[in-house]
Design a protein around this ligand. Structure first.
Ligand SMILES: C[S@@+](CC[C@H](N)C(=O)[O-])C[C@H]1O[C@@H](n2cnc3c(N)ncnc32)[C@H](O)[C@@H]1O
Length: 312
């Protein structure tokens, strides 16, 4: 550590060294998955079991449905819905390169991939029965606009399953590899966190993962050079923010907070009924959205308004 580090940075750096040796932030499976793109793809593909379990638990039908995989990236998960009996699956993502890889590598009948925009999804009205979005919504920079789009695309009896995290999650900043200290972003400024991340990245004891290399296999010279985590990358929403946005767009919403699966925190499940505590202690959050039976419709701002029928 150089003498120019502030006290807060020295403290956080020491905490990183302490947690780095543990499995608090990264399980051994996750560490293994991060070694190369094939291992990572296989790991993401295997995540389907977790999603399908959630579909079963919350009564989200896949078989016989027109399914949208919202935020599919390069489509590692999308074909699995076909194997579950979906009528068709369309994967959409804002990442043009990822959509290109999906289109090139995944060519099953009934499977297609479309590039979307940060505030728009180029699909027909009411053309989808089930929308699944896994590990995406914490990244969506225009949640209200996107949710209005998903509402437009969804058939009247359709359902949406969104799996995401609160910004109060212990590792919400998505910096696990270099910042394995839970809730660091609650106790230290983003500037301090990112300066320490940079220091960790250059430390001799840090083991690089696939995200630390460019397409030619060269180690990226520098990372974490900003002072803030961009809201283009993470919207920093809490569970209550998501719920308020779902309601404003006119969805009925059920929230299911799942405790951590780790041996350190399994016991926390019973605390998740408390609104404030659930923000900190939910390992994952599933939202189930549907259109209200007496549909409300939207006004010009995308806000829900009660229709004549709904009032009667
Ligand atoms: C962590 S990846 C998850 C990918 C995939 N769901 C999976 O589990 O393998 C998040 C993805 O969300 C996409 N994303 C972020 N904002 C989006 C938006 N507004 N519309 C569509 N995709 C978006 C990103 O491009 C990225 O591919």
């Amino acid at each position: 550590m150089g003498p120019e580090m502030k006290i807060s940075e020295r403290l956080l750096y020491r905490l990183v060294r302490l947690f780095y040796r543990t499995e608090v932030a990264h399980s051994p499976e996750m560490k293994q998955a991060l070694q190369d793109i094939e291992s990572f793809d296989a790991y993401r593909g295997a995540e389907i079991a977790r999603i399908l379990e959630a579909c079963d638990r919350y009564d989200i039908p896949i078989a016989g449905r027109r399914v949208l995989d919202f935020g599919c990236n390069d489509g590692a998960i999308s074909p699995k819905y076909l194997q579950r009996g979906a009528l068709s699956v369309v994967g959409v993502d804002v990442d043009e390169e990822a959509i290109g890889r999906a289109q090139a590598n995944r060519r099953d009948d009934g499977l297609s991939f479309v590039k979307s925009n940060v505030d728009g999804v180029p699909l027909e009205d009411e053309s989808i029965d089930t929308i699944v979005s896994y590990d995406v919504f914490e990244h969506v920079s225009e949640p209200k606009a996107i949710l209005s789009e998903l509402r437009r695309i969804l058939a009247p009896s359709g359902q949406i399953l969104i799996g995401t995290w609160s910004w109060r999650h212990p590792f919400a900043p998505h910096l696990w590899a270099v910042m394995p200290v839970p809730w660091a972003h609650m106790f230290f400024s983003e500037r301090t966190i990112l300066r320490v991340c940079r220091r960790v990245y250059h430390s001799p004891w840090y083991v690089p993962n696939m995200h630390d290399f460019d397409a030619n296999g060269e180690r990226l010279a520098d990372k974490y050079t900003n002072d803030m985590i961009s809201t283009d990358y993470l919207n920093k929403y809490l569970i209550v923010d998501f719920e308020a946005t779902f309601e404003s767009v006119g969805f009925d919403c059920q929230t299911h907070c799942v405790p951590f699966g780790s041996k350190y925190a399994r016991w926390t499940g019973f605390l998740l009924r408390a609104p404030w505590v659930r923000e900190f202690l939910s390992g994952y959050v599933w939202f189930v959205l549907s259109k209200p039976k007496a549909d409300k419709g939207l006004n010009g701002n995308g806000d829900a308004v009660a229709s004549g029928n709904a009032l009667r």
